[in-house]
Design a protein around this ligand. Structure first.
Ligand code: SF4
Ligand code: SF4
Length: 461
């Protein structure tokens, strides 16, 4: 197999983002702060409630739970619309770890040499976000549950401060006692990542090894009031697994969220070991099987399976593999067997809303109002900040939690290019939602009228 391209954005912007500034980005100076010791259990009755044997037909959320969701999402949105200035984070990713206990071959977002976040940085990050009006905190990694006691402290502190807390995990360390501690502390959502049914060499995030943890997590969600959804990365070598996990989710009334596997947007250093010979990368000869899988998902979405992705977002996946693959094709001569990008398919996809086909027949996204660096921020383990997850490895100086340096002109300039190639689900969703009419409709339909009974549906449903 050929080597994959080292990055996917234009050379000039890549240089700007990856050429270290004369001085390294300044780290916040330690103030020796700590996180409070969580009280456990706060809710002994929930701890002893085993949860239902099988999932109830519908889920009724209490008004306090609905209010908490509004406090997390709606009020920061309104604040960002009303207050002057450009930086009003609504969603924040807190990278408590950059180490991981697994090795997914497509993943460049972990490095086992990097130290985990300190309590000092975690506490100050949460305080800083709180002061800026942010109320949605996602614990990310690497694997954020590598230090379960630390994660417990972070969730407890954030929930006490009124954050809506989200955890992205591979689930291996989410043992029942960890589920109970985090549920008791106030976690709101688990983004449970699964790519395969049984573990395979390049895709270790599999269901079979985590089944016991998962079954406990699913049962206890009704008592503690959190939600679980599966995060599934569509790769060239897991089409059948994606179908099987989707059916499992349906059976257990769990929502699903799909991503399409990407080569790294920015060049990685030597910590990323699988750029060559990677069986997960989608190549032109795989486009027909990916199209068939996306069509199957669209059918299931329309049949009422709970999916976070909208119909349009699923359809865009077909275009995205051709964008990424199209660029790779040119750089690498991945000609495939000609069945992928024929004029017909390219023409149809070029006409999809939001997709542009330029004079060289290259496909890319039209501008989509990315809000990263304005309404989304990531905090690295060392307390430095960046606008979004794809920019984690950038050496550009956006400052730290003591003093951010986000500037609207720099972000706008950068996004002219990176928006064309970026499939960041969170930021696409945030961009779509950053619209008063849609927010009003969503609040009315989902929070007031249906009291979230639809679960984790796409924002536009
Ligand atoms: S579990 Fe997550 S962080 Fe770890 S290697 Fe896989 S994708 Fe990366
Ligand atoms: S488009 Fe937005 S989310 Fe994507 S890389 Fe650029 S700034 Fe980040």
């Amino acid at each position: 197999m050929a080597t994959a391209p080292k990055f996917r954005i234009d050379v000039d912007i890549h240089k700007l983002l990856m050429n270290a500034p004369p001085e390294p980005v300044q780290l916040p100076v330690s103030r020796g702060m700590t996180l409070p010791e969580p009280v456990f259990p706060q809710y002994p009755a929930k701890l002893s409630d085993p949860g239902p044997e099988s999932p109830p037909a519908s889920r009724n959320w209490t008004w306090p739970q609905v209010r908490r969701k509004m406090r997390g999402w709606l009020f920061p949105y309104l604040r960002s619309r009303l207050l002057p200035g450009d930086f009003h984070p609504i969603t924040a990713y807190l990278f408590v770890e950059y180490k991981c206990n697994l090795d997914c071959w497509y993943c460049w977002a972990y490095n086992n040499q990097v130290k985990g976040m300190t309590e000092d940085i975690a506490r100050r990050s949460i305080d800083w976000l709180h002061d800026h009006g942010c109320r949605v905190l996602a614990l990310m990694g690497g694997e954020p549950l590598l230090r379960p006691q630390f994660a417990h402290k972070v969730v407890y502190y954030a929930a006490q401060k009124g954050f809506w807390v989200y955890i992205g995990t591979n689930g291996r360390l989410l043992r029942p006692e960890v589920t109970d501690r985090l549920g008791d502390a106030g976690v709101n959502v688990y983004n449970f990542a699964l790519d395969a049914w049984e573990e395979k060499p390049s895709l270790p995030k599999a269901l079979v090894p985590v089944r016991k943890n998962l079954e406990y997590l699913m049962r206890k969600q009704y008592g503690y009031g959190y939600m679980v959804f599966f995060n599934i990365n569509i790769c060239r070598n897991n089409s059948q697994d994606v179908r099987q996990i989707t059916e499992f989710a349906r059976e257990h009334r769990i929502a699903t969220d799909y991503h399409i596997n990407e080569t790294p947007m920015l060049e990685q250093d030597e910590h990323f070991r699988h750029l060559s010979e990677n069986p997960t990368y989608i190549r032109p000869e795989d486009w027909p099987q990916i199209d068939a899988l996306v069509d199957w998902l669209l059918e299931k979405n329309q049949a009422g399976y709970q999916m976070v992705n909208s119909v349009q977002r699923l359809q865009e996946m077909k275009a995205f593999v051709r964008m990424a693959g199209g660029a790779d094709l040119q750089r690498l001569g991945w000609n495939g067997d000609g069945t992928g990008m024929n004029g017909d398919v390219a023409g149809k996809i070029g006409n999809m809303p939001g997709i542009v086909q330029d004079a060289n027949s290259e496909l890319h996204f039209a501008g989509w109002n990315c809000r990263a660096g304005q309404n989304n921020v990531i905090i690295r383990t060392d307390g430095t900040v960046a606008p979004c997850f794809p920019m984690y490895p950038s050496t550009f100086d956006w400052g730290n939690i003591d003093r951010h340096k986000f500037a609207a002109p720099q972000l706008a300039d950068m996004k002219k290019t990176c928006q064309q190639h970026c499939f960041s689900t969170l930021n696409h969703n945030l961009a779509y939602c950053y619209n008063d009419a849609r927010v009003i409709k969503f609040v009315w339909t989902n929070l007031v009228k249906n009291r979230m009974r639809g679960g984790a549906r796409g924002f536009e449903d």
